[in-house]
Design a protein around this ligand. Structure first.
Ligand SMILES: Cc1ncc(COP(=O)(O)O)c(C=O)c1O
Length: 387
């Protein structure tokens, strides 16, 4: 069989299983109420964000043109890193061109030969891939049951004190929107002399004091055994990623991290926009948006429970609504779209439990009346038991 026939067969299999994916066109203003993107605070189009980006665009041009080690590190990048380090309560921070690359780099940097990695069963693909890449270095990874400090304790115990250990988790989980028990996980990690790596992609800007995330909220900011990663592409409305932690870690990443060294830097215009977004996110407007998100999350959960859905309490701005199967989830999302509402449709392999669901990601910039109408549509279009 030729390789293209193989690819076509695989596509046919995905189609038969209701798991195919396709790109849909998107206009600059498609008129949809957005409950699918990750622009949690509505900052991606904020005038101050756009003005900061436009000014850096004029000064530096469209792209960074190289890695920062090759062509130099702009003040736009270094000032953003200082602001991120302060916001996350860490000694230092390093910005990457994506959150995915930040996670690959972070996992690689916290392992040494022989390290035992204990990774939560629900972590994002970028962390899973980080563990896979790190495996080349004589490390091994065990997947531990979700948000379970007891399971983590048992997994790290397998190292018997003889191996360096790392635990990996998200704070607000990306698919189900629940919160990791960070303080308890950290107690376990500390008892084992391990390191805790926390991906705050869906937490920064959304939870914690001034939107500083789950690590700050749990009182763990600046701990020498905690490493934070995040993306600039969600609440900050930009693109890029960040690793934050002890200064020695950041120096190590600059000098040895392949996903930093061999990758063109995040464009200065994007970094400048992210910095402006960070300033807004930390201020009074950010607090107001977070309060609005919390109120909408609670209302959405109530409405969906009333409609018969099993809904966990959302920790941030991500809600997971179970669907009976992948085809039904696709039809439900399409019906919502046809009525003017964009929702996320998550199916295997993007779900941790092989189930399917709609993922609603809230956006404080969406007018409240539109949000309320969107909720009604989601409930009205929900699959009936026979569908
Ligand atoms: C939990 C989590 N980590 C990392 C990433 C990757 O971030 P980026 O999109 O900036 O590459 C995402 C989402 O895309 C995510 O949801």
């Amino acid at each position: 069989m030729s390789w293209l026939s193989y690819l076509d067969d695989e596509a046919a299999r995905r189609e038969a299983e209701g798991l195919h994916r396709e790109l849909r066109p998107r206009d600059s203003d498609d008129g949809l109420v957005d409950l699918a993107g990750n622009d949690y605070l509505g900052l991606s189009r904020h005038p101050e964000v756009l003005a900061a980006a436009a000014s850096a665009l004029k000064a530096y041009g469209l792209g960074a043109t190289s890695s920062r080690l090759v062509r130099g590190s702009t003040p736009v990048h270094t000032e953003l890193e200082a602001a991120l380090a302060e916001h996350l309560g860490c000694e230092a921070a390093l910005v990457y061109s994506s959150g995915y690359l930040a996670n690959l780099g972070a996992v690689r940097a916290v392992v040494r030969p022989g390290t035992l990695i204990a990774s939560d069963a629900h972590v994002h693909a970028s962390l899973v891939d980080g563990c896979r890449l790190a495996r080349t270095d004589g490390t091994s990874t065990v997947v531990v049951s979700h948000a379970d400090p007891v399971a983590l304790d048992a997994a790290l115990g397998e190292g018997r004190g003889a191996r360096p250990c790392v635990a990996i988790t998200e704070s607000v989980f990306s698919v189900d929107g629940d919160l990791a028990p960070l303080a308890d996980l950290h107690s376990v990690v500390r008892r084992h002399g391990a390191i805790l790596l926390v991906d705050e992609a869906h937490a920064v800007g959304v939870i914690g004091p001034a939107g500083a995330g789950g690590v700050v909220a749990a009182g763990l900011a600046g701990a020498p055994d905690v490493v934070v990663t995040a993306t600039l592409s969600k609440a900050l409305g930009a693109a890029g990623g960040v690793v934050a932690g002890p200064a020695s870690l950041i120096r190590h990443l600059v000098e040895t991290g392949r996903t930093f060294i061999y990758d063109t830097a995040v464009p200065p215009a994007v970094a400048a926009g992210a910095h402006a977004a960070l300033a807004l996110l930390r201020g009074a407007a950010g607090d107001a948006a977070r309060a609005e998100l919390a109120s909408r999350a609670a209302d959405a959960r109530t409405a969906l429970r009333r409609a018969g859905f099993e809904m966990a309490a959302p920790a941030g701005a991500v809600l997971s609504v179970p669907a009976p199967g992948p085809e039904t989830a696709v039809r439900w999302a399409a019906a919502c779209r046809a009525k003017g509402v964009a929702v996320g449709c998550f199916r295997p392999p993007s779900t941790p439990d092989k189930g399917s669901r709609l993922r609603l990601t809230l956006n404080a910039g969406v007018p409240r009346a539109d949000f309320d109408r969107a909720l009604e549509i989601i409930v009205a279009e929900a699959p009936r038991p026979s569908t």
